[in-house]
Design a protein around this ligand. Sequence first.
Ligand SMILES: CNc1nc2cc3nc(NC)[nH]c3cc2c(=O)[nH]1
Ligand SMILES: [Zn+2]
Length: 377
Amino acid sequence: MSCPLSPFQVEATCGPARAGRFETTRGPVLTPAFMPVGTQGTVKGITPAQLAEIGPQVILGNTYHLGLRPGDELVRDLGGLHAFMAWPGPILTDSGGFQVFSLSSLRKIKEEGVTFQSHIDGSTHFLSPERSMEIQRNLGSDIVMALDECPPGRMERPALETSMARTTRWLQRCRAFPLGERQGLFAINQGGVHMDLRTRHLHEILDLDARTPFQGFAVGGLSVGEPKDEMNALLSEFTPTLPADRPRYLMGVGTPEDLLFGIAHGVDLFDCVLPTREARHGTLLTSRGRVKIKNARHRTSSLPLDPDCNCYACRTFTRAYLHHLFRAGEMLASTLNSIHNLSYTVGLTRAARRALLENRFPDFARRTIDQWNTEEP
Ligand SMILES: CNc1nc2cc3nc(NC)[nH]c3cc2c(=O)[nH]1
Ligand SMILES: [Zn+2]
């Protein structure tokens, strides 16, 4: 079995935290790394050139959305997702399970797969492990996520165990599917906030891994409405038990605080719509905490949004201008706010990596958290 992704190299550690890297055929991935979400083949409101300046290691594409519209075969015929959206760097595609359960209506899940109605036009569709793999092969992503069932938070244990068992059987089917030679498959661990279930599922995954190794391991089933302290308790105990020689990806997380917590407990990769979604709603993530740009106190401010940020928005415009754009409902407000929030979030994981490499991560984390909580941003 060719391994298109190189082995994960741990370059520095600080307790469970680590800085690392792995190669894809479209470039290296230096971790820890935050991956901006490009749901429908675009990181909303940002051009590829602007995205390149922000400099993410990897971006995400959604199988559910792109499979429905414009359709995975069209994207394949036009050269794949990298060409289609003009992003030459590594792309990770999720497998569609999460969107089917969170976006579509009238779905019916069976062993074979899940039947669902499109949120676009109500048409009926079917997503199986094989179909999810086929869509991701057609998109040509570098990192492929297995099709899993993402249980809603607070699912009762018996139902959770039934769901986990199916996710393991679906993983076997994903593994059997012939992906592209440039694609690596990540397995997804489930089990809610229960350490014993997480461990049981991991052992089932590792039984499959022993025969044909997975290129990475994702922690799914979190950030789905469970209490934050329960998520963090599980993460701190479970993450370090994942294989250390493969990337660890925490799906759907999170806030700057969540990223530091995850990094401290050994997570390498993150994705979340929060930075871009909050940007569109006028909440900006800065080195001194959150700024609600529509607040009247920014109306006349000649200051940059974040004095410690060198992004296009912070080095070019005043808060007064960002405030004006948002109040006026201008399109540029979303673009500039997203450029900043992504620059901040990608920059935070990049700075954490540097701190780990320079053996000063605890001090970095402490200073970062203190700065969030001291000055009025
Ligand atoms: C692709 N499979 C898959 N995606 C996910 C995306 C998520 N996004 C969140 N919070 C925003 N939690 C998630 C869990 C999963 C999960 O368990 N599985
Ligand atoms: Zn900025």
